[in-house]
Design a protein around this ligand. Structure first.
Ligand code: NAD
Length: 295
């Protein structure tokens, strides 16, 4: 049993904290939203009225917040609140630069830190089947792994500070590009009079095979569990895909990496969100691509 403070009890953090409780940890939670605090309390998380109260005596602090600025603000406040040697873990998806700055803040407060973003969405958070991509020292990873195992199925140590965030945005850049590629292929198949199922049967067992095709197939039919069969409800919302593509392009600019398709995927998802579809599953971008072809 570990005394854990969980900061940010939203769509992801709430169920993740609940799984820590289920695994027998003592969990205190803090969130700026009363509603999130209440929902977490119903799952056995001890709600705290302030960050200070939540982290008092904690052996481990976990943050699950929207963006880098929120993480840095909370980690800066932790400096005066936590004991030396406390393990601090950020599970949010944020830019690599902010993740590295957060590790530096932890170093200054003599705590041990990990960046540990996740994939698996709200379903994975509830089921405890998330994948964690982890950056930080071997020592920090060894301490964090058993805690992360209560919330996930696969815990991968990707390297030093920021390596978890780097892996997450590289993976999601592949995902954004490959989804658009699969949508374009179905659009072309429609124009050529080729049945969706025929393209799926061939591509899913050929070199066009990828997750966007075989798990999140953007047309209804071939993969019954894909969001296309559920009116394109997420799933993985287009707004979150845009967030991750934007993070990948910021990193590409900072490092001088050439990512022309990543940049174009970001532009297309920005256009899709602007048209009011940020809440749709990211596979719904097939509609926008069809519209570009005039129907
Ligand atoms: P969310 O908006 O539902 O939750 C964020 C929570 O943080 C909110 O409840 C908010 O009140 C709280 N918060 C903000 N600032 C705070 C502060 N200073 N102190 C305490 N609480 C604060 O977001 P989410 O969907 O849970 O996502 C969290 C992170 O996980 C994001 O970085 C997101 O990109 C990432 N992520 C989300 C998904 C998903 O499917 N939702 C999947 C993978 C990764």
């Amino acid at each position: 049993m570990t005394r854990i403070a969980f900061v940010g009890l939203g769509n992801m953090g709430g169920p993740m904290a609940a799984n820590l409780v289920k695994a027998g940890h003592e969990v205190r939670g803090f969130d700026l939203s009363e509603a999130s605090l209440k929902a977490a309390a119903a799952a056995g998380v001890n709600g705290s009225a302030s960050l200070a109260e939540a982290v008092r005596d904690a052996e481990c602090v976990i943050t699950m917040l929207p963006k880098g600025q929120h993480v840095l603000a909370v980690w800066t406040d932790l400096a005066t609140l936590i004991a030396e040697g406390t393990l601090v873990v950020d599970c949010s998806t944020i830019d690599v630069e902010s993740a590295r700055r957060a590790h530096k803040l932890a170093e200054v407060m003599n705590s041990v830190s990990l960046d540990a973003p996740v994939s698996g969405g709200t379903g994975g958070a509830a089921a405890g089947t998330l994948t964690f991509m982890v950056g930080g020292s071997e020592t920090a990873f060894a301490r964090g792994k058993p805690i992360l195992e209560a919330m996930g199925r696969k815990i991968v140590h990707c390297g030093g500070a920021g390596a978890g965030q780097a892996a997450k945005i590289c993976n999601n850049m592949i995902l954004g590009i490959s989804m658009i590629g699969v949508c374009e292929a179905f659009g072309l198949a429609e124009k050529l009079g080729l049945a969706h199922q025929a393209l799926f049967d061939v591509a899913s067992t050929s070199s066009g095979q990828c997750w966007s095709l075989t798990t999140y197939c953007p047309v209804p039919g071939p993969v019954p569990t894909s969001p296309a069969n559920n009116d394109y409800r997420p799933g993985f919302a287009a707004a979150l895909m845009l967030k991750d593509l934007t993070l990948s392009q910021e990193a590409a600019k900072q490092t001088g990496a050439a990512t022309p398709l990543g940049a174009h995927a970001e532009e297309l998802y920005a256009e899709f969100e602007k048209a009011g579809h940020g809440g749709d599953d990211f596979s719904a971008i097939i509609h926008m691509l069809r519209e570009k072809a005039g129907g």
